[in-house]
Design a protein around this ligand. Structure first.
Ligand code: CO8
Length: 259
């Protein structure tokens, strides 16, 4: 398996794990880190043995944001010439396989944005989320004003983006940003169990479910309903759908062929 400088990757039980590994800088996201994450996602997406991707940090920090030390000397034209998409700033969001962020500690700025690119956020009870860019005289740049607003609504998103305050795990769960909060020492077990479960499902059905839910963020209700209906009908072309329903009726576990 490929090795990287700032992240550690492994595959286990059909789950591709990406662990941010810049602990001295609270996993600050330099452009190099974002490129490595994108390359790891490329690898896992191309690997038929992987059914779900899990991204995590360490107990103190998922990621405390973009690397301020790297950004500090940059000019407007430097940033204009930096193609965030090309360097992979959004790569997790475009991944077709299901993705989970397992968040412990700080998920701030680009760290919160990275977590929000994932399909599911599972947080430990010590997690804190925030978009503190305003305190640096800047604003979020890879989804903080957009995905956060869609996830938790305008009032809370404005509060976080304008005051720069942090939100604890309980508030994040109440607000709908995270799907579950678990004790910090249970985070990886819980997140791995969820990832393994997702990876064991029919891959094409999972991809279609993910596509359909994502449409809810991008389009009108009636258009989204059309997409959902078409994708639902399309599942009837899957061998896994035939097997899944037959297995239910025959009171046995289905064997997915991912076809
Ligand atoms: N960038 C660079 N270094 C960082 C960052 C960061 N985001 N966060 C922490 N560090 C470094 C500190 O400088 C420190 O290094 P050193 O030991 O060399 O001084 C080390 O990590 C430990 O940090 P602290 O001593 O500050 O630890 P504390 O426990 O006292 O505080 C905090 C933890 C509260 C998380 C604090 O470190 C902090 O406020 N960090 C910055 C949080 C922040 O403002 N994040 C937003 C950054 S801007 C952004 O994310 C824009 C996104 C747009 C992306 C565009 C594409 C790239």
């Amino acid at each position: 398996m490929r090795t990287f400088e700032h992240i550690i990757i492994e595959s286990k039980d059909q789950v591709g794990v990406i662990r941010l590994n810049r602990p001295k800088m609270l996993n600050a996201l330099s452009f190099a880190v974002l490129r490595e994450i994108a390359a790891a996602v490329d690898g896992f997406e191309a690997d038929d043995g992987i059914g779900c991707i899990l991204i995590t940090g360490n107990e103190k920090a998922f990621a405390a944001g973009a690397d301020i030390k790297e950004m500090q000397p940059k000019s407007f034209i430097d940033m204009l010439n930096e193609d965030f998409k090309a360097i992979g700033g959004d790569r997790i969001a475009t991944c077709r396989k299901p993705t989970i962020a397992a968040v412990s500690g700080y998920a701030l700025g680009g760290g919160c944005e990275l977590a929000m690119m994932c399909d599911i956020i599972i947080a430990s009870d010590n997690a804190t989320f925030g978009q503190p860019e305003i305190t640096l005289g800047t604003i979020p740049g890879i989804g903080g004003t957009q995905r956060l607003t869609r996830a938790i609504g305008k009032a809370k998103a404005m509060d976080l983006c304008l005051t720069g305050r942090m939100m604890d795990a309980a508030e994040a769960e109440r607000s709908g940003l995270v799907s579950r909060v678990v004790p910090v020492d249970k985070l990886m077990d819980e997140a791995m169990a969820a990832a393994k479960k997702i990876a064991s499902m029919s891959r094409p059905a999972a991809a279609m479910a993910k596509d359909a839910v994502n449409r809810a963020f991008e389009t009108t209700l009636s258009e989204g309903m059309n997409v959902e209906r078409d994708l639902f009908r399309a599942t009837f072309a899957l061998e896994d759908r035939a097997e899944g329903m037959a297995a239910f009726i025959e009171k046995r576990k289905p064997t997915n062929k991912n076809r």
